[in-house]
Design a protein around this ligand. Sequence first.
Ligand code: HEC
Ligand code: HEC
Ligand code: HEC
Ligand code: HEC
Length: 500
Amino acid sequence: MHSARSLRKMTTSSATFAGRLLMSRSLLVVAVALGALVAACEGCKATKPGKTQDIARSDVATGRLVLLSDLGAALEPCGCVADQRGGLARLGAFTEGVPFPVAVAAAGPTFFDDAVLDGPLAEQRLEKARTVASVLSRGPFVFAPSRSDFAGGSALLSELLSASKARPVSSSVLVNDKPFGEPVLLDVGPTKVAFVGFSGAPKDTLLPEVPGVVFARDGAVLAGEVERVRAQGARFVVLLASGSRGEALRIVDRAPGIDLVLVGTDAVRGEVVREDVPVARIEKTVILEPASRLQSVAVLELFDRGGAFVEGDASGEGSRFQARLELMGPSRAKSAGISSVLTSYDQRVDVQNRVRFANRTPAPAAAGEPHYVGVEVCGNCHSQPLAVWKGHRHSCAYASLTEKHKAFDLDCVGCHVTGYEKPGGSTVTHVDKLENVQCEVCHGPGSKHVEGGGLKSAITRKPEPALCTGCHHEPHVEKTWRVEDAWPKILGKGHGLGPG
Ligand code: HEC
Ligand code: HEC
Ligand code: HEC
Ligand code: HEC
């Protein structure tokens, strides 16, 4: 993978290239600055040799596309582990402030992290989708909507599109029998770039249908669309595909003239974490599939010198393009403007959820079933396990949220408390005595055990390892996290390691 800097170094050090070529590129930058379309090489030859400074500038791309796959409404990393990648604020800093025109395009779930919008989470998800929309409205944005984007129906998606000024490009998804999107041509610097789209039918057949919405079974219309956009002057054609990689590749096969494909997923249910798929090629078409949730973005740089584009670095002759994946890691700058949009989302959620769920009391335990009693009660008879637990991070899990004003965030609270949304347990607003990851998370609700004076048959001695991974899973732990390694860390003298 090349960073922008190494790319530039590579090109400037290619001293073998003729001055004529360097000159023509430096003039092109001027032409772009004047807003002219494709610079003609004839004109370039007539100019005097450029200065060193001009030569360096000529290696700067004439346009850049930033391509996101499966954003999934991931506003920012959760903060459960250090150095997490991703976040809209990093995307913002990455796209703002570059010295040439940028457009952002996406495939896969964008506005929602779930294909169904219901239950207690619905309103916060909507708030999140609106926040995504407000961030995306900052620049040109095109995308291929996925089934997840229709989670709240087509009218809601249309509302989000007007808020974000996002343009859907898939004509193959029909809403009330009409194409929901159409190919879009954007001027990215001097280059007319066309975006065509495919929004595939979800593979998960258990997903409910969205009223009035029909997804494409195949990409049959795309060959015609690619021809049409080429006829309209498109010099570079991008396919945004919300479907499987296989579906996208079949389209490339049948629709000649696609320069680049961005692959996203057709639908997600919850936090799906997908890693980068290395850049691939099928003949002249480049296939990109950056990691989900903005952990990476794909970047396409165009070096437009007129004529057809060929993949390769800026030092080559003619129009060039180069694609790569860029990690959105912790060393990336963050856009202050977007950070403040996200902070105000957090503040709104904090205030709204306190009110919204004020009366959300836990369902009572079924007759004859135990309810949760809280760690203080357990500690009355189990002083050693209590001492072990107090020395462990499970006992400060709730403080981790309150410190960040996230205790009322439904995306967070469930794993940082005890008996969440369980009968006889807690809810986001009713966590009294059940803050933190307590004994009863692992040993089960203990009221019957306590009433029975320590009744063995009414408590679980050894939790299943799968219980741990119910909370300890990506993106909330490192990829390398293993139950076997973590298990001994929660034990101690008098707590699983024999008497103290
Ligand atoms: C009134 C005292 C008392 C309270 C309160 C109490 N326990 Fe116990 N617990 C006992 C006694 C006594 C035993 C040992 C029973 C035996 O060995 O026969 C026991 C055993 C256990 C065991 C081991 C069971 C086994 O199969 O070996 C676990 C786990 C446990 N308690 C968890 C809890 C949790 C969690 C709480 C709080 C919800 C709790 N206890 C509250 C008295 C208590
Ligand atoms: C209800 C969710 C939940 C369950 C279930 C759970 N944990 Fe945790 N665990 C957490 C949270 C949250 C933290 C971090 C607390 C903090 O620092 O804010 C944590 C922290 C830890 C840590 C310290 C950090 C680390 O990874 O070294 C260990 C070890 C750990 N858990 C092991 C386990 C094991 C083993 C199990 C299963 C027996 C388990 N946990 C079950 C939520 C859970
Ligand atoms: C699926 C369960 C889950 C959810 C949801 C979750 N967390 Fe966590 N959180 C964990 C676990 C597990 C850990 C411990 C990670 C570790 O150290 O291995 C943790 C640790 C933390 C820590 C301690 C980090 C440290 O290094 O001390 C913070 C802070 C935190 N989470 C905040 C949040 C916030 C904010 C959210 C919501 C945006 C959230 N969590 C959502 C499971 C979860
Ligand atoms: C993250 C999960 C977890 C939490 C939280 C937890 N335990 Fe345990 N507990 C275990 C495991 C695992 C064992 C070991 C079981 C085994 O190997 O048989 C254990 C064992 C025990 C035992 C059996 C005694 C022994 O020495 O083997 C008791 C009693 C107990 N825990 C009580 C508690 C109490 C009380 C708390 C809260 C103060 C608590 N536990 C918190 C997971 C947990």
